[in-house]
Design a protein around this ligand. Structure first.
Ligand SMILES: [Mn+2]
Length: 361
C-alpha cells in the first residue's frame, strides 16, 4: 500500500494531469484541509490511476495562520512541500482540460467558483444540504460532528485500514470539531463516537493529551493582527445583492481590543477592502465554558437586522466598552450572544432567509 506521503508527493508531481480536484471550503479550516487530503488518498488507494489532487483553498502563506493545522500536519508526518495550495495551481486550466471536483466540508461552491458548477462530481459534507449537484456521486451530506468522520466511514466502507498518519489527521480533527467528543458541546453524534472508538487507538497520543494540544493550538492567536484574525477562518456569502462576510474569531472582544486598540478601524477597513455590505465577527472563546460574542458591521445602520437576529434566538445583549462607529465608516454593534449554540453554520441560513424577505442591506 502506497504511503500517505508518497501519495501526496506523486499527486503534486502530476498535478497538471489531475482528473479530480478535492476541495475543502473557502475558510480552509482543519476539517476541510484534512478531509481533502485523506479522501484524495482513499480514492487513490481504490484506483491508483485516478490522479485525485487535494488542493488547500488558501495561499500557502496563509497556512501559518492555522497553528492547529501546522501542528497536526507535522504530527502526522505530512511534509508541507508536498501539499498543493490555491496559489500554486491553475484550477481554471485544469477544469478547462476536463478535471472534475469533489467537494468536502461544503456542498455549494463559493461565488468566485460558481462558473464551475458543472464540474462538481462528488460531495462529502456535514453542512445544511443546499440541494445542488444532485447527480454527484458520492453525494454524502450527513449531520455529523466532522467531515473527517465521514472520510473515516468511507475508508471503512471500502474495507481499507487506516495508517497511523491518516488516523492522526482524522482523529485530531474529530476531537477538535466535537470539543473532545463532549455531548455538552452539541456537536458529537453516535456516528462520530463509533469512528472515534475505531481511530483514536491508532493515534500516537492519548485522547486527552491530543485534544489538549489541538485546543491550545487552535486558540493560539499570538502575533495576529485584526486583519489576520478576520481572514483566518472567513467565509463570504452573497444574499441577493448583499455581500456578506463572516469571520470566526477565537477570542473575546475584550481580548481583541487588548491586541488591537484600533479594532473598529481594522474591521471597517477589512469590510471596505472586500466591498462588503455587512461583516460579522463571531467571537468564540472559553470563559471557562464556551461563550460567544458577536460584532455586526454594516455600511449603513440596520436595526432590523439585529431585531431579526434577536427574534431568531441569538439572545443578544449590547456590549458597551468599545465606541460604536457611525458615519463614514459604517455602523458597528457589539453584542454578547447568549445562545452559544448558533455557529456560522447556523447563522448563514438565517441570514439567507432574512435577506430573501428584506431584499436589501
Ligand atoms: Mn467541517
Amino acid at each position: 500500500m502506497i504511503s500517505l506521503q508518497s501519495y501526496l508527493s506523486s499527486s503534486k508531481l502530476n498535478a497538471a494531469q489531475a482528473k479530480f480536484v478535492i476541495l475543502g471550503n473557502e475558510a480552509a479550516d482543519l476539517d476541510s484541509m484534512v478531509s481533502s487530503i485523506a479522501y484524495g488518498y482513499l480514492r487513490s488507494l481504490q484506483d491508483a490511476q485516478l490522479l485525485a489532487l487535494p488542493v488547500m483553498p488558501i495561499p500557502r502563506v496563509d497556512f501559518g495562520l492555522r497553528p492547529e493545522a501546522v501542528y497536526l500536519f507535522h504530527e502526522a508526518g505530512v511534509n508541507l512541500d508536498d501539499v498543493v495550495f490555491s496559489d500554486e495551481i491553475d484550477l481554471v486550466k485544469l477544469f478547462a482540460t476536463g478535471a472534475e471536483m469533489i467537494l468536502v466540508d461544503h456542498n455549494r461552491l463559493p461565488p468566485q467558483l460558481e462558473r464551475f458548477n458543472d464540474r462538481v462530481a462528488g460531495i462529502l459534507d456535514h453542512h445544511k444540504d443546499e440541494g445542488l449537484y444532485v447527480d454527484a456521486s458520492p453525494r454524502v451530506i450527513q449531520t455529523i460532528g466532522s467531515t473527517a468522520s465521514l472520510v473515516a466511514l468511507e475508508f471503512a466502507r471500502a474495507g481499507i485500514g487506516l495508517s497511523r498518519e491518516v488516523a492522526t489527521l482524522l482523529g485530531g480533527t474529530l476531537l477538535l470539531d466535537t470539543v473532545n467528543l463532549d455531548p455538552e458541546a452539541g456537536r458529537v453524534t453516535d456516528a462520530d463516537l463509533d469512528v472515534a472508538a475505531h481511530i483514536l487507538p491508532l493515534c500516537s497520543r492519548s485522547q486527552q493529551d491530543f485534544f489538549a494540544i489541538m485546543q491550545k493550538e487552535k486558540f493560539n492567536v499570538a502575533g495576529l493582527s485584526t486583519h489576520d484574525l478576520l481572514r483566518k477562518d472567513y467565509k463570504e456569502f452573497q444574499f441577493g445583492t448583499v455581500q456578506c462576510g463572516i469571520g470566526s474569531v477565537l477570542l473575546s472582544v475584550m481580548d481583541w481590543l487588548k491586541l488591537d486598540p484600533n479594532l473598529c478601524g481594522g474591521v471597517a477597513l477589512f469590510a471596505r477592502a472586500r466591498n462588503l455590505d455587512v461583516l460579522f465577527a463571531m467571537n468564540g472563546f472559553a470563559d471557562p465554558d464556551f461563550r460567544r460574542e458577536l460584532i455586526v458591521f454594516c455600511g449603513t445602520r440596520n436595526d432590523h437586522l439585529v431585531d431579526f437576529l434577536q427574534k431568531s434566538g441569538l439572545d443578544l445583549t449590547p456590549l458597551h466598552y468599545p465606541e460604536k462607529i457611525q458615519g463614514v465608516h459604517g455602523f458597528m454593534g457589539f453584542y454578547n450572544q447568549g445562545n452559544a449554540g448558533i455557529s456560522r453554520k447556523k447563522l448563514q441560513p438565517l441570514l439567507a432567509s432574512y435577506y430573501r424577505t428584506s431584499g436589501s442591506a
